[in-house]
Design a protein around this ligand. Structure first.
Ligand code: SF4
Length: 350
């Protein structure tokens, strides 16, 4: 019989488990606090539980924390971890130090089906979705390995979060439940390549997190070339959806991500079109100069090009930040540590 993974259940599900074990609801509070506030992974070590509940849990449930199979630490303190999930498949998570706070980048799928041509993760395609419990377990591993409290979560690792909608929603609700992990919804950001119907579902479900949209181009011709999802949901449709999201969520600011690819989307005309697309939109723009990897078909733009592009956006009042990839001296591109580790294993097996 497959055991229930406790550190993947919502408060309500843990309450139901206590009810099934025939113990009072008050014990669910202790269980939640022990699991999600103290990141306890040992049922036997959960204090103050009635013996009936402890027996029931040991029999029916377990905790999951993935093994870390490879890691790299950059000079700027960024740490990249490769984590082995329940079936042996591996995903990356990244711990980023900035302004004294620790941010963790969470993977939501093993691989990705979105096929963005500037992304290394896309090259292997999608293996499977991660469960909410596996996403929670990434945070457990991040906390334990860093020895520090993770303050911000960004769902920007491997995978398109909105292709795994139900499990991602469950994860976000567990992460932001004030009785549990208690991340502020303002400190959890979900990044999408632009899955329009799922953004409307986020509105309906009032998902407690920020929205980031990976835009990366200013014409449909270029965006469809580098992001196949644009063929289904072109820029005009996506931008209207973003405007609807902002209105429906009471003027909640969104993040617009723009990966700059030399000679592809970094011209002055692109900057002018981006200003038009974002006119009046309550957003912060993150410019991300491309982080090259082996066999990439794109190049990073010169710093001068990035600087002029940024200035044009800022000149008309946009809030714009150039985000250098953290950990540029390690395998900084998403999917790079996994790819390099697999290559090393093949070499040593040969
Ligand atoms: S950029 Fe994100 S959505 Fe696009 S292929 Fe890579 S992981 Fe998937």
């Amino acid at each position: 019989m497959n055991k229930i993974i406790l550190n993947g259940l919502t408060y309500e599900q843990l309450l139901e488990l206590c009810r099934q074990a025939g113990v009072k609801a008050v014990h669910a509070e202790r269980l939640v606090a022990s699991i999600y506030r103290r990141y306890n992974t040992d049922i036997a070590a959960i204090a103050d539980l009635p013996s009936a509940l402890r027996r029931y849990l040991t029999d029916k449930a377990c905790m999951f924390e993935p093994d870390c199979t490879a890691s790299q630490q950059a000079e700027d303190g960024t740490r990249k971890l490769l984590l082995k999930m329940t079936d042996g498949r591996e995903v990356e998570t990244v711990l980023i130090q900035a302004a004294g706070r620790l941010t963790q980048c969470i993977s939501t799928q093993v691989g990705c089906a979105a096929g963005c041509s500037f992304c290394l993760t896309a090259t292997a395609g999608l293996s499977r979705n991660l469960s909410a419990a596996e996403m929670v377990s990434e945070v457990f591993a991040g906390q334990r390995i860093s020895g520090r409290k993770v303050r911000n979560l960004v769902l920007m690792g491997m995978g398109e979060p909105l292709h795994n909608y139900d499990e991602v929603v469950r994860f976000v609700r567990i992460a932001t439940d004030p009785r549990g992990m208690a991340f502020s919804p303002n400190r959890v950001t979900l990044s999408t390549s632009g899955l329009v119907p799922a953004i409307y579902r986020m509105i309906e479900d009032e998902l407690p997190c920020n929205l980031a949209v990976s835009l990366n181009a200013t014409t449909d011709a270029v965006r469809s070339r580098i992001m196949p999802i644009n063929r289904k949901y072109p820029i005009a449709v996506l931008m209207q959806t973003v405007r609807d999201y902002i209105t429906a969520r009471g003027n909640k600011r969104v993040l617009i991500e723009y990966v700059m690819l030399a000679g592809v989307n970094d011209s002055l005309d692109d900057a002018a079109r981006l200003c038009e697309l974002l006119d009046g939109l309550d957003c912060t723009i993150n410019l991300l100069p491309f982080n090259p990897f082996d066999a990439a078909e794109f190049k990073r733009p010169d710093d001068a090009v990035v600087s002029v592009f940024r200035a044009m956006l800022a000149e008309v009042g946009n809030v714009v930040v150039v985000r250098e990839s953290k950990g540029r001296d390690i395998s900084a591109a998403c999917g790079q540590l996994k790819t390099e580790t697999a290559a090393r294993r093949r070499q040593s097996a040969a």
